[in-house]
Write a protein that binds this ligand. Structure first.
Ligand SMILES: [Zn+2]
Length: 359
């Protein structure tokens, strides 16, 4: 492949250092993509029960000038749609004339699960616990292998777009390995206030990508099975910010007023079964001891009130007002006194503009 990707060493990789004369067409799975052009490719994965091809749609945008290769993945969990909206809007609305480098966008990474509106594949496996996959394994392993070998490993950087799972919704946040300098630099310019530190689960996309030398952010925002416009907008801004930071687009990232690196979070779980009345909303700053939810029995009698075990911010909430004992109700990130005061101001200003978050 002329001028193609030779390593995944990130900024400073051979692709970045190439002179404009060296920047040529990209061979993507046998498709030749000329500088300044884009291609719509279907990556073949396997076959369905009715012997039809199972393939993953990918859009490759090759810049006029040399630069890094960035991948975007959405719907790795098949019912998580906000990221599909982010990529759709980027591909529809954005002019790529000034692009340096290559954008590889996968709006529906987990096609078999997406078709069923399900988090997992029909074999009940979780694609996000299956990387780097196996060319001769199950459908899930083969899908992971195709994505990893053709999209993820040949890239310099990546962004994987998710929402809360099941009945849970997330305040827009990044999850990434802040111990890796290039990952941290990307995370700090994305546009999210809350960067939740962690290497990610074993065999997850982001953890496996970084092991291969491809710093990858996970953007988590909103809930599955819907398009939530404010969260899609924020994700789109984040992708463009990262592309500006990497020199793929002109201009500077639009930085958020606050960026907090979060080391510890805690799930608050129901103590009794019943019908739930939430007393907090996504993103809300809470004090230790503040009431999070009230739980009643079908006769309306109070069963239990959950209180915040720490002072911090509501990063995630259940959307289902019914709980068994032990069910996750609220995901809290710990903030210190100064952070809490600063966030209180920013959140109030943001909420005054956008109204309450989607629920
Ligand atoms: Zn997910």
């Amino acid at each position: 492949m002329t001028g193609g990707k030779a390593s995944s060493a990130g900024a400073g990789s051979p692709e970045d250092r190439a002179s404009p004369e060296d920047w040529g067409p990209l061979d993507f799975d046998g498709h030749r993509v000329e500088p300044g052009e884009s291609a719509e490719v279907r990556l073949r994965v396997g076959e369905s029960y009715v012997a039809e091809e199972v393939s993953v749609p990918v859009t490759v945008v090759r810049g006029q000038r040399p630069g890094p290769r960035l991948f975007l993945t959405a719907s790795v969990h098949g019912d998580e749609l906000n990221g599909v909206g982010v990529i759709r809007d980027l591909l529809n609305d954005q002019e790529w004339d000034g692009l340096a480098g290559t954008l590889v966008a996968v709006p529906v990474a987990n096609v078999p699960a997406f078709l069923n509106q399900d988090r997992r594949l029909p074999d009940r496996r979780d694609l996000n616990r299956s990387f780097p996959g196996n060319a001769r394994g199950s459908l899930t392993a083969r899908l992971a292998h195709v994505l990893f070998s053709k999209v993820i490993a040949p890239s310099d950087f990546g962004i994987d777009l998710h929402t809360g799972g099941g009945e849970r919704t997330n305040y827009p946040q990044l999850r990434c390995d802040l111990g890796d300098e290039r990952t941290r630099d990307m995370a700090r310019v994305f546009g999210c206030t809350f960067l939740v530190a962690g290497t990610g689960p074993d065999r997850s996309l982001r953890r496996t990508a970084l092991k291969k030398g491809v710093p990858t952010l996970v953007y988590e925002a909103g809930s599955p099975r819907r398009f939530e416009r404010p969260f899609i907008e924020k994700g789109k801004t984040g992708v463009l910010n990262v592309m500006r930071h990497l020199g793929m687009l002109p201009g500077r990232p639009e930085l958020p007023p606050l960026v907090f690196e979060i080391d510890s979070t805690r799930w608050v779980r129901a103590r009794a079964g019943g019908i739930l009345d939430l007393k907090v909303e996504l993103g809300q700053p809470v004090r230790k001891g503040q009431e999070i939810s009230l739980n009643t029995n079908p006769f309306g009698r109070e069963r239990s009130a959950l209180k915040a075990p720490l002072s911090g911010v509501v990063l995630g909430l259940t959307r289902l007002p019914l709980v068994h004992p032990g069910d996750a109700v609220c995901h809290l990130a710990k903030l210190d006194r100064e952070q809490l005061a600063a966030w209180r101001e920013v959140w109030a200003a943001e909420r005054a503009v956008t109204g309450p978050p989607p629920s």
